[in-house]
Design a protein around this ligand. Sequence first.
Ligand code: CAA
Length: 285
Amino acid sequence: MSDATTVTVLGAGTMGAGIAQACAAAGHAVTVVDRQPEALERCLATVDASLERLVRKGTMSDDAAAQARARIAVTTDLAASVGGAAIVIEAVYEDLATKQALWRQVDSHAPAEALRATNTSSLSVTEIAQASSRPERFCGLHFFNPVPVLPLVEVVRAERTSPATLDEAVAFATAIGKTPIVCGDTPGFIVNRLLIPYVNDAVHALGEGVARAADIDTAMKLGANLPMGPLALADLIGLDVTLAVIESLHRETADPRFRPAVRLRQLVRAGKLGRKTGEGFHRYE
Ligand code: CAA
């Protein structure tokens, strides 16, 4: 990569904020782009809260946090923000048409040699890359929530990703302190292929009356020594994202093991998306 110090993050949601923070903490100048100014404000508030937490825990010094924060700019101007980017990471809503339309716009403003990456968790990277005139410069960089805490990045090799692009993506992920694992462009990649069916199964169990939500979560925490229960995890990931992943696994494989749980869809339809809306399987202040 010619210059890895200028990163543009498209989308100011939970993942966009986390990715921006991780890149800024590693010394990169980051610009977060979103159409909605309120989303950009929320993004900065999320970063502030996360940095504050890292300082409070002694994981990061006050100075390092202030410097990371100062490296993050926000804007609604897509053209200007991608114009000088060495790497563009897209983390917008999980909708193929939305992502492709955005990438078409990016392509007309971004440098030809810029590394292009999507953080999609449920769509085909190859299909998103078809909207770019530089599919050989395109790959998946899939981060995990909360991004400032979880070290993994799945580096997804799409059908037309060049070997040099893949190497650069691996080097970039390593340079921001993450552990990259290369994987193919298959539904769910590695983690979601295994994790989301488990979460979906917990929702089936809830629907079957196996136990209350709180007890299902406690059981898996205490009986399997997991950091959080599956329903609390769905609330953290976002029920819309969880549903999108399980639907994608079901659609792509036609395997009945991946049948989306009815309750998951019901909650998504009601706008109860988990932590980000204050209610999912649990309520949040
Ligand atoms: N920013 C900064 N630090 C944070 C943070 C954030 N947003 N969230 C948690 N932390 C820190 C805490 O400060 C704490 O630090 P110390 O270890 O130094 O004390 C540490 O992380 C643990 O946090 P807590 O003590 O508050 O609570 P916890 O021990 O329950 O951990 C958790 C919280 C990190 C979220 C943990 O429960 C966990 O790892 N859960 C599983 C998360 C998971 O599986 N994520 C993957 C989801 S799948 C995905 O994201 C991909 C997709 O495409 C859907």
